[in-house]
Design a protein. Structure first.
Lengths: 150, 704
């Protein structure tokens, strides 16, 4: 079972797109790939105030991911704790993972020619830290949640 | 090798404290200082990494080799560039006197260094960008409290109600402040937002007043009237600390809630309900007095009324209200040694007229735009040199063509900046400053409930042949013969010199990046605030007799803003959270998020003009034209069109920003000297533009 989840408290999110850049800066990505995304519905008037709420999307780290079995080199892996990540040494950039993913989540890193996607900043998680997007979220709207079975 | 460096962000002028992780000379990680911001940082803050890596910035000193603005530059050494500038300054001094040189900066905690240099040079003409920004709010604050606009901090987190008149503080982001707003909302606080369009702040509001453009003053007057009528104010506080209440009450009598609602185009019941609500919430009610209010011809008065509404709420020095920012002195600590402390201010009168022609304005930085008048007319004396430190007048002041015409009377234009500014591109010499991760800056004082000293250390060495500003000015001062006034050769020397009176050393900053001067927040006794207000009467001056004596009324009769003629619209502008005006437009990461601006236009109007979402539209001033895509929305007032400020840059070496989007300031033709006479701020929203569907929208393509 997946151990972690990224949760956005939409009430606190102000749509500043900080998370998207925190992610890119941490992963040393060039212009092009954006691994998490803030979006919103068109504004609608609610009690006289035009309103909308922000949505956050990154990789869903599926329980049974399509991207893992399709990877020809075994670079795409799912860990015990549910984190789906790419072993950059094994990745050949064929992007079969992106084709298999219903949401086209994996993207090409033009600097390396390999696939890249949200891995909850697995290196940080292993050091006891939180993902970059959560650590630096401008208004502390993003949470890194450890799931518990009840 | 890994190291942690304490610094301050330089992506916008908020200057959030940051922690930088460096590995093998490379910046690996930037986060908000965990002791102050708990790690939080905005998109711009993280994009500092991309700026540091970006080669599209000046890489060595440059001296112009073609005509001004032609973009032909000779790369030179620091010695050649500084000798050149010093020589030109000496020549101007000889012919016209040192006063013929103006030094401008962007304001903020380090402006003392620039001011000190200017005064040491012998010129009284130190200035900054503020007459195109917060001057109206500042002067309004002075007229009420005798204190500048930074004379109060806002305890938003503990407030019950925050009211923002166009202060879009969730887009014009200050990380700490944004968190305070969200905390207040989480605690059940109310947010009332007033604007001509809906914004990122407005969508979080509990009440939204979409007003007709230019009617802020009317709404504020109507609020004061209704507050008095409903007796929703703090009578005791008003009685104890203010003068002029009765005169104000008499003045606002005709400006009823019904009148204001009609003038602004809002519902009167909503306005009355609002006043009823704040009456029960005071003193924990904060009216944000505005930030960038260089907008309309009565913005000074609008801001003045917002300051007064705060006073009526009795929200001073109380939780959830406005607090006096405490100084090192309040903590029993001596302040930092300031650079200008041992340099007398030149006695010459200022060429912008502030202090003698305009006695009611703050002499500190004066009013930048008035120097253009002096350049053009030679009155009161000729201005022949302009040195801009981190200030880009072509990006922040209106009517660039008119600015250039005035500047052509100057013999020396110098830009000291980390990036190519539009002004820099037109200037004679560019002295490149190292970007903020590559330089140290002087120690700064941050006043507050818990005041502190804070500093910026160098995270990595400059990637190019650039220098920190203190070193550039020091080297220039050496050449001009007053280097001894800046008695330091290294950043460590400078810090030591600054810290000497305080008893602290730079080692005290190593643990957290700052030194807190008190453990507990300091509050004054609210029942004994006598002496805290720096007005002539020592009271809060609802009616300011000093100004009245100079012929400036404390309230002026309201004049309804002109309605734009048919087919024309009032051009208003604002901020996006992913850009800090013009100077981040070329940042690779931020450009990726918002590569160009668009023109917000009301849906009903757009339909009439045949404009659809995403169409190219021509936005036409008098002679200038900008073409951008339309954003068609019902959430903007039909009289206004809106765009994000900072785009439409014309520097070919900034490949991403070059001609991307449209520049609002270039369209603001004829507004360069159009100021609010009472507040000194420019009236940048007083321009009507024509909008039409552009012929650039393809109908056919007949090429092969």
């Amino acid at each position: 079972m997946n151990k972690y989840m990224l949760y956005l408290n939409a009430k606190r999110c102000i749509g500043c797109h900080g998370c998207e850049v925190h992610c890119k800066a941490n992963k040393d990505l060039p212009v092009g790939p954006i691994l998490c995304e803030i979006s919103h519905e068109p504004l609608k008037s609610v009690k006289g105030v035009p309103k909308t709420e922000f949505l956050f999307r990154s990789c869903y780290h599926c329980e049974d991911p399509y991207c893992v079995p399709i990877c020809p080199t075994g670079a795409m892996k799912k860990r015990e704790d549910g984190i789906v990540y790419i072993d950059q040494d094994l990745c050949i950039g064929c992007m079969a993972c992106a084709g298999a993913c219903p949401w086209n989540i994996p993207q090409v890193n033009p600097a390396t020619g390999k696939a890249v996607k949200c891995d909850y900043c697995v290196d940080r998680v292993d050091q006891g830290l939180k993902p970059a997007c959560v650590t630096k979220c401008t208004t502390r709207a993003l949470k890194f949640v450890v799931l518990q079975e009840i | 090798m890994k190291k942690t460096v304490w610094s301050m962000c330089g992506m916008c002028s908020v200057r959030c404290p940051i922690k930088v992780e460096v590995e093998d000379g490379k910046v690996r990680w930037i986060e908000g200082n965990p002791h102050i911001l708990k790690g939080s940082l905005c998109a711009k803050g993280s994009a500092g990494v991309a700026l540091q890596k970006d080669p599209e910035r000046p890489q060595q000193p440059l001296i112009r080799s073609g005509g001004r603005g032609a973009g032909k530059w000779e790369p030179v050494s620091w010695y050649t560039a500084l000798d050149y500038v010093a020589d030109k300054i000496e020549k101007i001094k000889e012919k016209y006197g040192a006063k013929a040189i103006v030094m401008s900066c962007r304001g903020g905690p380090w402006q003392d260094l620039i001011k000190a240099f200017c005064f040491a040079l012998g010129s009284p003409n130190f200035t900054n960008h503020d007459s195109a920004c917060g001057r109206n709010v500042h002067h309004a604050s002075k007229s009420v409290y005798g204190l500048g606009r930074k004379g109060f901090i806002y305890d938003i987190a503990n407030a019950k109600h925050l009211i923002c008149f166009g202060r879009n503080l969730l887009a014009s982001l200050r990380v700490a402040e944004a968190n305070q707003v969200m905390d207040m909302l989480d605690n059940g606080g109310s947010l009332t937002y007033v604007d001509v369009r809906q914004t990122l702040t407005g969508i979080k509001a509990t009440r939204f007043f979409q007003v007709r453009p230019g009617t802020d003053y009317a709404l504020a007057l109507g609020m004061i009237n209704e507050v008095i009528k409903q007796e929703a104010y703090d009578k005791e506080f008003v009685e104890k600390y203010t003068v002029g209440f009765d005169k104000m009450a008499e003045f606002v009598e005709p400006y009823t809630a019904d009148w204001a609602a009609k003038e602004c185009g809002i519902k009167v019941k909503k306005l009355k309900d609002f006043v009823n609500e704040i009456g029960g919430q005071r003193p924990k009610v904060i009216f944000h007095p505005g930030w960038m209010l260089s907008r309309y011809k009565d913005s000074f008065y609008a801001s003045r009324c917002l300051h007064i509404l705060n006073v009526l709420m009795g929200n001073i020095e109380t939780e959830g209200g406005q607090m006096f920012p405490k100084t090192p002195g309040d903590c029993g600590v001596k302040g930092l040694r300031s650079f200008s402390s041992n340099i007398p201010k030149p006695e010459e009168k200022r060429a912008d007229g502030v202090g003698w022609k305009y006695k009611h304005f703050d002499k500190g930085p004066g009013l930048f735009h008035l120097y253009y008048e002096a350049m053009s007319t030679g009155e009161p004396y000729p201005i022949k040199g302009l040195i801009c430190y981190r200030h880009d007048p072509f990006s922040c002041f209106p009517d660039v063509a008119a600015q250039k015409e005035a500047l052509d009377n100057c013999e020396l234009l110098v830009s000291i900046d980390t990036h190519y500014s539009e002004f820099g591109w037109y200037s004679d010499v560019i002295l490149p400053e190292s970007m903020y991760l590559e330089r140290e800056t002087p120690i700064a004082t941050q006043k507050g409930l818990k005041p502190r000293f804070i500093y910026r250390d160098r995270a990595v060495d400059p990637r190019f042949n650039t220098k920190p500003s203190w070193e550039i000015l020091k080297m220039l001062a050496d050449r001009l013969g007053f280097g001894d006034l800046f008695p330091f050769q290294t950043a460590e020397d400078m810090w030591k010199w600054q810290l000497e009176p305080t008893g602290y050393t730079i080692e005290d900053f190593q643990e957290k990046g700052f030194v807190s001067l008190t453990d507990k927040p300091i509050l004054y006794d609210r029942d004994n605030l006598e002496g805290r207000f720096k007005t002539a009467s020592g009271k809060i001056e609802i009616i300011n007799e000093t100004l009245e004596d100079m012929g400036i009324p404390s309230f002026k009769p309201y004049e309804s803003p002109k309605k734009p003629p048919k087919g024309r619209f009032r051009l208003v502008f604002g901020r996006s959270p992913v850009h800090a005006h013009s100077h981040t437009i070329n940042n690779p990461f931020l450009h990726e998020l918002l590569p160009e601006n668009s023109l917000w236009i009301n849906k009903r109007i757009a339909t009439r003009l045949g404009i659809n979402e995403g169409d190219w539209v021509d936005v036409i001033g008098d002679s200038q034209i900008g073409t951008i895509r339309a954003h068609v929305t019902e959430f903007i007032h039909p009289e206004a069109v809106y765009t994000v400020h900072g785009f439409g840059r014309q520097i070919p070496l900034q490949s991403r920003a070059y001609h991307a989007g449209m520049s609002d300031q270039k369209l603001q033709e004829g507004l360069l000297l159009h100021m609010d006479e009472a507040g000194g701020g420019l009236c940048l929203c007083e321009k009507f533009v024509t909008v039409r569907r552009s012929s650039r929208n393809p109908r056919r393509r007949v090429e092969l």
